[in-house]
Write a protein that binds this ligand. Structure first.
Ligand code: CA
Length: 240
């Protein structure tokens, strides 16, 4: 389930938006100030932030700039919510690093469409679309992972963490992900979980992929982390 952090000091609006988002299947956390929002993000990185411009204390605009300047939150999908609708403010919001901008009042339908568009672009692992690499298919809706081997479709069994890890890898192929990044994006937490945990689950994921002959798609990049290859390349040693 995708997680959304709603940063809004007006309780009635925060509540209304949350009800609509939960109804649409999102997991919602509310923060009423920039400080609360920062604490929430420090604890668990959400898939997307709906950030109100006008907040007591630090503004949403300043918070967006701050997040963009930090390595951990640089890629965090942000949609700015605001009563301001004119061109100059819109440009300022996008300049601060917001991925999109929505002027109040907005319809739930429009909000959901904008959220899905930003997630599709920046965090496809948070959506339910099926993905496929080298015949390996992962369908988040049915939670099935399959691959055709010698004319027979095989279903690969794996635990929920391995499934999320594979989903993240498949939606961000070819890029090297550090253990810290994987903890943030797959586990949602880079502080309280040991980096070694990542290695344990990558090992289990490779074991789960082995029967379909595609364990080698998950590559170890020495000193950097892991990467999902987009092609199965034969290695000198052969096999998986
Ligand atoms: Ca406000």
């Amino acid at each position: 389930m995708s997680s959304i952090l709603v940063v809004e000091d007006e309780a009635a609006i925060a509540e209304l938006v949350s009800i609509n988002l939960r109804h649409a299947g999102f997991d919602v956390t509310i923060a009423a100030s920039a400080d609360q929002a920062q604490a929430a993000v420090d604890a668990v990185l959400p898939d997307l932030v709906l950030l109100d411009w006008m907040l007591p204390g630090q503004s949403g605009l300043a918070l967006a700039k701050q997040w963009r300047a930090s390595a951990r939150t640089r890629e965090l999908p942000i949609i700015m919510l605001t009563a301001r609708g004119d061109e100059a403010d819109r440009v300022a919001g996008l300049d601060a690093g917001a991925d999109d901008y929505l002027a109040k009042p907005f319809s739930t339908k429009e909000l959901l469409a904008r959220i899905r568009a930003v997630l599709r672009r920046k965090a496809p692992e948070a959506l339910d679309s099926a993905v496929e690499i080298e015949g390996l298919k992962l369908d988040p809706a049915t939670r099935r992972v399959t691959r055709e081997v010698d004319g027979t479709l095989r279903e690969l069994k794996m635990g929920p963490t391995e499934f999320r890890l594979l989903h993240f890898f498949m939606t961000h192929p070819e890029r090297v992900h550090s253990r810290t990044q994987l903890l943030d994006r797959v586990w949602g937490d880079h502080v309280f979980i040991e980096e070694r945990t990542v290695d344990v689950h990558v090992k289990r994921l490779r074991e789960a992929l082995q029967p379909a002959g595609c364990a080698r798609l998950i590559e170890t990049v020495r000193g950097a982390g892991y990467r999902m290859a987009q092609r199965l390349v034969a290695t000198a040693g052969g096999g998986d």
